[in-house]
Design a protein around this ligand. Structure first.
Ligand SMILES: *Cc1c(COP(=O)(O)O)cnc(C)c1O
Length: 385
């Protein structure tokens, strides 16, 4: 069998080694040292956010963002049903209730229409805020996820949030560098969470970041991730904190990767163009492409296969048999055991996407001949070889 083609792996071709050696030589390997601040500044400046706090993972970023807003057992958070579990688990860590809403078929992101109907039909305005009628919980936060590199329709969601007094926490784990109406994701949300896991657009090995404009909120995030220490020298604490800091070695990797982010994004977009050109005209097959108002990172390219034309599970299997790591899109959460008790408003678009969607190998380092192999394998699998 020819070489395996992974879905999305790190691309390390810059100063990674140099910066890691610097950490070792200066004994700055733990969660302190100049690389952490530098990484925070690089990301904040790139996305256009005034404040940033580096953390140990994207999941930790979402968790601490919600905790910084005091999301707790009396609260509900509006989340997409169609996303990675790590978008929603932090809501449950807080003791809050995730309410699963549908996504848009074209962007794969939380559908503002679904949010609007939910708010109008299933919530009541009470003196202490908006309450979800069935559970009695206060609806305080809406958590759109920018899936596969494509931003959610932020204006529509922000308008609803404003009207109903909700805070917007964005899961931008897959979307570092993406733009919404010409502005980078991260430049406008209340709290925006990134991930630098090994499979993302850039990696710090493992890591995440919370960015935002509200200095008080970001100060609270930093406080919470450092065990909520309330005194500079004594171990005095004023609340329950976490050890969610990013180690300096991870920040060093992240700094080196940031220097190449533009190149990574350019290559990702080139890969997407190449897939689009090579897969054009195959009946029953389409490729998700960015909306006119969006600039996608194309973190993972996604094809949609019409069930009458091809069975997505079989195509995935056929590709895997040739060493090509293609993966079906996220299975909707409402049907999975840990989320069965979550209120679920119906998600026909998420189901629709799951019945059709397949993520294709999209690593920055994907070679043109590998891309050709993926395309030929798809053509064969759908009977168009
Ligand atoms: C990767 C990812 C996360 C979690 O990030 P980690 O750094 O792996 O914890 C959360 N949400 C989405 C949509 C992701 O893709």
């Amino acid at each position: 069998m020819s070489d395996p083609i992974p879905l999305s792996i790190p691309h390390l071709n810059g100063n990674e080694g140099k910066y890691l050696r610097e950490c070792l030589e200066t004994n700055a390997v733990a969660a302190a040292g100049p690389f952490i601040q530098r990484f925070e500044r690089l990301v904040a400046d790139y996305v256009g956010a005034p404040h940033a706090v580096a953390v140990s993972s994207g999941t930790a970023a979402i968790h601490v963002a919600l905790r910084a807003l005091d999301v707790g057992p009396d609260d509900a958070v509006l989340v997409p049903d169609f996303t990675f579990a790590a978008s929603v688990n932090p809501v449950i860590y807080c003791g809050a209730l995730p309410i699963l809403l549908d996504v848009d078929r074209r962007t794969c992101a939380l559908d503002a229409g679904a949010v609007e109907s939910f708010l109008r039909l299933e919530c009541d305005r009470r003196p202490d805020g908006l309450r979800h009628r069935a559970s009695g919980r206060r609806v305080r936060v809406v958590l759109p996820v920018h899936l596969y590199g494509h931003p959610a329709d932020l204006d529509a969601i922000a308008a609803l949030a404003k009207e109903h007094g909700l805070i917007v926490v964005e899961d931008a784990a897959e979307c570092l560098g993406a733009k919404y109406k010409g502005r980078r994701v991260g430049s406008r949300g209340d709290l925006v969470c990134f991930s630098f896991n090994g499979n993302k657009v850039i990696t710090s090995g493992a890591g995440g970041m919370v960015v935002g404009a509200r200095e008080d909120w970001l100060r609270r995030v930093r406080h919470l991730v450092t065990q909520a220490r309330a005194h500079p020298t004594e171990y005095l604490h004023d609340e329950i904190g976490f050890n969610y800091r990013m180690p300096a070695m991870n920040a060093a990797l992240g700094c080196a990767q940031m220097e190449n982010l533009d190149a990574h994004l350019a290559r990702k977009r080139q890969i997407s163009e190449a897939y689009a050109a090579a897969l054009r005209g195959i009946p029953g097959l389409s490729l998700l492409r960015e909306e006119s108002w969006a600039w996608s990172t194309y973190w993972l390219n996604t094809i949609l296969l019409e069930p009458g034309a091809a069975d997505v599970a079989k195509v995935a299997e056929a590709l895997r048999g040739q060493g090509i790591e293609a993966r079906r899109v996220w299975p909707p959460l409402h049907a999975q055991p840990p989320y069965r008790e979550c209120p679920y408003a119906g998600a026909p678009n998420g189901e629709w996407l799951y019945a059709r969607g397949l993520n294709l190998p999209s690593s920055v380092g994907l070679q043109d001949d590998q891309l050709d192999r993926v395309v030929s394998a798809i053509r064969r699998a759908v009977g168009r070889g």
